[in-house]
Structure formats: C-alpha cells, structure tokens
Design a protein around this ligand. Structure first.
Ligand code: IPE
Ligand code: IPE
Ligand code: MG
Length: 253
C-alpha cells in the first residue's frame, strides 16, 4: 500500500475500526490457489490485524466476515466459510487469549449450521472475561436487515406499552441494532475496505454515518501490522468536523 502519511505514535488512534475484509478470492486466484485458501489466509490476516490493533490501543475492530448476501455464493464456498469459525477456535484463539482479546458477534445465528454456531459461541464464551481489544465479527450480517429487525423490536415495545413513541430517539434506536452491545463504542470512527472496491455492501449503514473511510487496493490476505499502521496514519491526518467549520474545530482543540 502506498501510504500518504505514516503512523505517528504521538497522535491518537481511532477507538473503533470497522474493516470490510475483501479480496480473499482474487488474492488466491492470482496465485493459482483455490478461493477457499484465500479465505483461510484472510483469517490469518485478521489475527495479525487484531494483535496490531490491540497493541496500538484500538478498542474495537468490527470485521465483516460473512454478509447476508454471501449466501448467494456457490454452495462449496459457503460451506467452507461456515468452517472458518472452527479455524478461528483452533488456529487463532490461543493468540487472542494471550493478547487478552475478546471475541463478539454482530449478526444473526439463524440459518447458520449448528456446528458453526457452536464454534462461534465457544469463541465468545472463552474470551468473555478478557478486557483488551474487542474483535467484533460481523457474521451473517446485513445492515438493512438489522435496521428492519431493530424497528420491529421497537414497535413491539411500543405496542406492549413498554415504550412510548416519544421515547424513540437515535440513542434508543442504536441500542436495538446488532452493534448495540458495544454501547458508546458502537459507531466506528474509521472504516477500511481492502481490495480496491469502493462500496459499503450493506455494512453498518446507520453506524457509519460520520465515520472516516479509507479504500485501499491491498487485498485482505496481504494485510499485516505495517499496512494497518499505514491506514491508521491516514486516519490520524483527517479532521473530523461533524458539520462545523475547520476553524471551529481548531479552536475546540
Ligand atoms: C471477502 O473476500 C470475504 C468474503 C466475502 C467472505 P471475497 O471472497 O469477496 O474476495 P473477492 O472479492 O472475490 O476477491
Ligand atoms: C463484503 O464483501 C462482505 C464481506 C467482506 C464479508 P463482498 O465481496 O461480498 O461484497 P460485494 O458483493 O463485492 O459488494
Ligand atoms: Mg469480494
């Protein structure tokens, strides 16, 4: 990755980084390997990025691992992707434990094979008491579906009298989304998408409302500490204005 800015240890890092881990298939195909090998290497890249992020003081990495649209892929590829939570347990969890990293899920287990569910639940339980970085895996996740489900839950609460219409505000809505468990950290500060595609692919549509975004050509299996740091270096040179003027932000600082 050609980085415009380098990482600066003295500047702050984003608290919550969302990543769209894209390009596994093309990475493999370029090397004459099967797409599934790219997915396994993608998991190894997630391990490298999680440990790097933890060391840098990032609090949450939300990683898009399987979208609601990915069910449309060939059955053999879907079946392989459903085995990755086992590889996460076998090949990644020991290092995450050593680094005090927690695993969490954003997405639904509905329709996910029982054995896959078992490995996802096991990773969450095993790391539950860790207090370091949260690796929040977006699995069987689609943002529009999530927004519809949140709406249904809120309507149910209004109908049963638990909630009045007036009590519905942005904070309450956010709590009902699949990222609600992250509390005040639920909105990513920074989104990184690998592999050169410039789109959101139904990812965190509500939560990304004011996030900084970076689209890089590097394919996900090539991500490592150096590439991740270069991305964070880009973030460190952004000015987040939230509707204000640049001058206002400078006086606030
Ligand atoms: C991202 O890599 C992983 C998943 C979507 C599961 P891709 O599999 O989309 O890789 P490309 O985009 O085909 O190269
Ligand atoms: C998005 O990547 C989903 C994940 C990275 C898990 P895709 O490769 O599926 O996205 P599109 O379909 O090309 O937009
Ligand atoms: Mg892709």
């Amino acid at each position: 990755m050609k980085a415009k800015y380098t990482f600066n240890e003295n500047l702050s890092v984003p608290k919550h980084v969302a990543v769209i881990m894209d390009g596994n298939g093309r990475w493999a195909q370029e090397r004459g390997k099967k797409r599934t090998e790219g997915h396994y290497e993608g998991l190894m890249a997630l391990r490298r990025v999680a440990i790097a992020a933890h060391k840098m003081g990032v609090k949450v990495v939300t990683a898009y691992a399987f979208s609601t649209e990915n069910w449309k892929r060939p059955l053999s590829e879907v079946n392989y992707l459903m085995t990755l939570p086992k590889s996460l347990n076998d090949d990644v969890l020991p290092d995450l434990m050593k680094n005090n990293v927690q695993v969490r899920l954003t997405g639904s287990l509905d329709g996910v094979p029982k054995v896959t569910q078992k490995y996802i639940k096991n990773a969450i339980e095993k790391t539950h008491d860790n207090t370091g970085l949260i690796v929040n895996v977006a699995f069987n996740y689609g943002s529009r579906h999530d927004i519809v489900e949140a709406t249904k839950a809120i309507v149910d609460d209004v109908q049963s009298g638990k909630l009045t219409t007036e009590q519905i505000d942005e904070a309450l809505f956010a709590k009902h989304l699949a990222t609600g468990h992250l509390g005040e950290l639920s909105d990513p500060d920074f989104l990184i998408r690998s592999s050169g595609e410039v789109r959101l692919s139904n990812y965190l549509l509500w939560e990304l409302a004011y996030s900084e975004m970076l689209f890089v050509d590097t394919k996900w299996p090539d991500f490592d500490e150096e590439v991740f740091k270069a991305c964070i270096g880009e973030y460190q040179h952004r000015q987040r204005r939230y509707g204000k003027t640049g001058e206002q932000i400078e006086t606030d600082e």
